[in-house]
Write a protein that binds this ligand. Structure first.
Ligand code: ASP
Length: 582
C-alpha cells in the first residue's frame, strides 16, 4: 500500500492517526532543526514536518511519508488541510526529480511553448487540473442525461472514407491495401445516419473528429464532439431534448438554473440585427437599417452604398476624439476592412441642446445632414441621451459582418462580455445553400444531408439560394456550441440535392452510394445535432481557449511539441506502404 490517504483529505478529526501519504514535493522550507515539506497530489496539499536533518530533497520529488497527524501550531485557514500537519516517521524517496523548467503553482512563470513541451508538468498545476476535472464531470453529465433519455452510446470507426463536413481530410495509408488510404472522420455524420437506418433510434457518442484546416486560435485538428442522432423526429423534437440537455448541463456543472425557454432566432434576423449567425445576446446594441434615412442628402459615401446600418453604444457619447479615432482604426483593420466609420453623439449636456429639452446631436457628417436628419438616424437606432451611434455602409452582408465585429468590440470596451453570464439561443432556419462567386456553384451551408423546409422545396428549381434548411445551431455568448439538422431520408430528394451541389452521378455513386443504397432498405425520418465538447468545456470554465481543456493539445501549427509530432517515417515503413516522398 503506497498511501492510506490523499494529500487533500486529512482534517482535525484525523489528529492522532498514523497515516501514509504519497505525492510530489511542492515546496521545502528548512528552518534549522525542522524541515517543512508541502506534499501535493491532485487532491490537495498537506504539510509534512520532519526533524531528520540529513534529509535532502527538492521540488517535484516523489515521496512516500508515513507519520502521525498532529495539530498545527500555526493554522492556515486558506488550506483545506490547514489545521493539521503530518509528523514524519518514515520518509521514502520514490523518485528524484530534476528541477522543473517552470514553477508548478497556480500561476506559472513558464511561457506557452515551454509549458506545451512539458505538458505533463503543466497538467500538475491546479488551473489545468480544475479544467480536466471539469471536463470529466461534464462528460459524465452528458452520459447521465442521454442515457436517461434512452440514447445508446455507440462507437463508430475512425478509419473510414472521406466524410463531407467541408474541411480537408487527414488520411492514413493502408499497408494491406497498397496505394489506398483511409480518411479520418470529420464527423460520424453518415455513420450515425446508417445507425438510424439500422433502427438504433437514439444514438450518441463523445467522439473525436479530425479536420485538416488552417488553424485559428481556438481550433484543434482533432477535437471532440458530443454527436447525437434521433429517428422519427422533427426539428421541434430535437430542439426540445437538447434544450433540456443544455439546461441540465448548466445546472449540473455550474449550478446555474436557466428557467426561461431558450430564445429562437431565425438566421435572417440574426444577420439583420447582429450581423452574425452566432450573436452574443449578453447585451443589446441591435442594428438598425438606416439606408432610407441616410441616402438622398448628397453624402456620396452613403448614397453609393447598398446598405447603411448602425447601432447605439450606450453611454459612449462621452468618448473622446482619441477614443473615436481608436474605433475608426479598429474598423479599418485588415480583418474587418471597413473604409470608414460615421458616428453620431447624443450629448447629454442640455446647455448644448439644439432643440428645447433635447440632447445635442453632433456627428461626423454634420456637413451633409440637418440636425433633425441626424437625430432621425440616431432615433432609428434607439439611441438615448448619452449614447454614441456608430454607422457603417457598403455591400449588405459584408457591412453587417463588419458592424458585428464593432459591436463585439464595444461590448468588450464596456465590460459587457461577462464570462459568468450565459445567454444561450437557437439560431434556426439557416439557408440550405451558399453561393460561391469564385467557383460559381452552390455549397451546402451545413452539409449535403440537411433537408430543405418542405414549403421551400419548390424553390429548389427556381431559386435555390432562397431555400431554407431544417437546420439549427445552439449558440451561447457569441460562440457556436452545436449544430445539426433534420436529414433528407428520401433517396430522390437526396439525389437532387447532390446534383444541385454539383456532384455528377458517378461522384454521387462513389462517394455516397452506400448511404443512398441504405436508404432504399427503409430509412426512418431522422435528424440530430453535434456539440463541440472542447468548446462547451471552455465556455463553462470561463476561458477563451479550448486548449486549456484538452489534456494534450496541438499548438497553432498543428504540432504536438511534447511528442514532436508529426514526424517523418523510417525508409522501411515508407517502403512497406509503397510511398515515395517527393
Ligand atoms: N455532423 C454535423 C457536424 O459535425 C453535425 C450534425 O449535423 O449532426 O457539424
Amino acid at each position: 500500500m503506497y498511501r492510506s490517504h490523499t494529500c487533500g483529505e486529512l482534517r482535525a478529526e484525523n489528529i492522532g492517526q498514523t497515516v501514509t501519504l504519497a505525492g510530489w514535493v511542492q515546496k521545502v522550507r528548512n528552518l534549522g532543526a525542522m524541515t517543512f515539506i508541502d506534499l501535493r497530489d491532485r487532491y490537495g496539499i498537506t504539510q509534512i514536518v520532519t526533524q531528520d536533518e540529513s534529509i535532502k530533497i527538492g521540488r517535484e520529488w516523489v515521496l512516500q511519508v508515513e507519520g502521525e497527524v498532529i495539530e498545527r501550531s500555526a493554522k492556515n485557514p486558506k488550506m483545506t488541510t490547514g489545521d493539521i500537519e503530518l509528523s514524519a516517521k518514515k520518509l521514502t524517496v520514490l523518485h528524484e526529480a530534476e528541477v522543473p523548467p517552470f514553477t508548478i503553482e497556480e500561476q506559472s512563470d513558464g511561457g506557452d511553448d515551454l509549458r506545451m513541451k512539458y505538458r505533463y508538468l503543466d497538467l500538475r498545476r491546479p488551473p489545468l487540473q480544475r479544467n480536466i476535472i471539469l471536463r470529466h464531470k461534464m462528460a459524465q453529465a452528458v452520459r447521465r442525461f442521454l442515457d436517461g433519455e434512452g440514447f445508446l452510446e455507440i462507437e463508430t470507426p475512425y478509419l473510414v472514407n472521406s466524410t463531407p463536413e467541408g474541411a480537408r481530410d487527414f488520411v492514413v495509408p493502408s499497408r494491406m491495401n497498397p496505394h489506398q488510404f483511409y480518411a479520418l472522420p470529420q464527423s460520424p455524420q453518415t455513420l450515425k445516419q446508417l445507425l438510424m437506418v439500422a433502427g438504433y433510434d437514439r444514438y450518441f457518442q463523445i467522439v473525436r473528429c479530425f479536420r485538416d484546416e488552417d488553424l485559428r486560435a481556438d481550433r484543434q485538428p482533432e477535437f471532440t464532439q458530443i454527436d447525437c442522432e434521433m429517428a422519427f423526429v422533427e426539428q421541434e423534437d430535437v430542439l426540445e431534448v437538447f434544450e433540456r440537455w443544455a439546461k441540465y448541463m448548466f445546472s449540473e456543472t455550474l449550478g446555474i438554473h436557466l428557467t426561461e425557454p431558450v430564445r429562437r432566432i431565425p438566421w435572417s434576423e440574426a444577420m439583420e440585427k447582429y450581423g452574425s449567425d452566432k450573436p452574443d445576446l449578453r447585451f443589446g446594441m441591435e442594428f438598425s437599417d438606416l439606408t432610407d434615412l441616410a441616402q438622398g442628402h448628397g453624402f456620396s459615401v452613403f448614397d453609393d452604398a447598398e446598405y447603411v446600418v448602425g447601432f447605439a453604444a450606450p453611454g459612449c457619447a462621452s468618448y473622446t476624439r482619441k477614443q473615436i479615432d481608436g474605433l475608426i482604426d479598429f474598423v479599418k483593420r485588415q480583418q474587418i476592412g471597413a473604409k470608414g466609420l460615421v458616428w453620431i453623439r447624443l450629448d447629454s449636456d442640455p446647455a448644448q441642446a439644439d432643440t428645447p429639452g433635447g440632447a445635442a446631436v453632433k456627428s461626423s457628417v454634420d456637413k451633409f445632414y440637418s440636425p433633425d436628419q441626424v437625430r432621425a438616424m440616431a432615433e432609428r437606432c434607439g439611441a438615448r441621451e448619452g449614447d454614441l451611434v456608430l454607422i457603417l455602409c457598403g455591400p449588405r452582408m459584408k457591412t453587417l459582418t463588419q458592424l458585428s465585429a464593432l459591436r463585439l468590440e464595444m461590448a468588450e470596451q464596456l465590460g459587457l462580455r461577462d464570462p459568468h453570464k450565459f445567454v444561450p439561443l437557437w439560431v434556426v432556419d439557416f439557408p440550405l445553400f451558399e453561393w460561391d462567386d469564385e467557383t460559381k456553384r452552390y455549397y451546402a451551408v451545413h452539409h449535403p444531408f440537411t433537408s430543405p423546409k418542405p414549403e421551400d422545396v419548390p424553390l429548389l428549381d427556381s431559386d435555390p439560394g432562397r431555400v431554407r434548411a431544417n437546420a439549427y445551431d445552439f449558440v451561447c455568448n457569441g460562440t457556436e456550441i452545436g449544430g445539426g439538422s433534420i436529414r433528407i431520408h428520401d433517396s430522390a430528394l437526396q439525389a437532387k440535392i447532390f446534383s444541385l451541389l454539383g456532384f455528377n452521378d458517378e461522384q454521387i455513386a462513389s462517394r455516397f452510394g452506400f448511404l443512398i443504397n441504405a436508404f432504399k432498405y427503409g430509412a426512418p425520418p431522422h435528424g440530430g445535432i453535434a456539440f463541440g465538447f472542447d468548446r462547451l468545456c471552455s465556455l463553462f470554465g470561463g476561458s477563451e481557449s479550448i486548449r486549456d481543456y484538452i489534456a494534450f493539445p496541438k499548438n497553432n501549427a498543428g504540432r504536438d511539441v511534447m511528442l514532436d509530432a508529426p514526424g517523418s517515417l523510417d525508409p522501411e515503413q515508407l517502403k512497406e506502404l509503397e510511398i515515395k516522398l517527393g
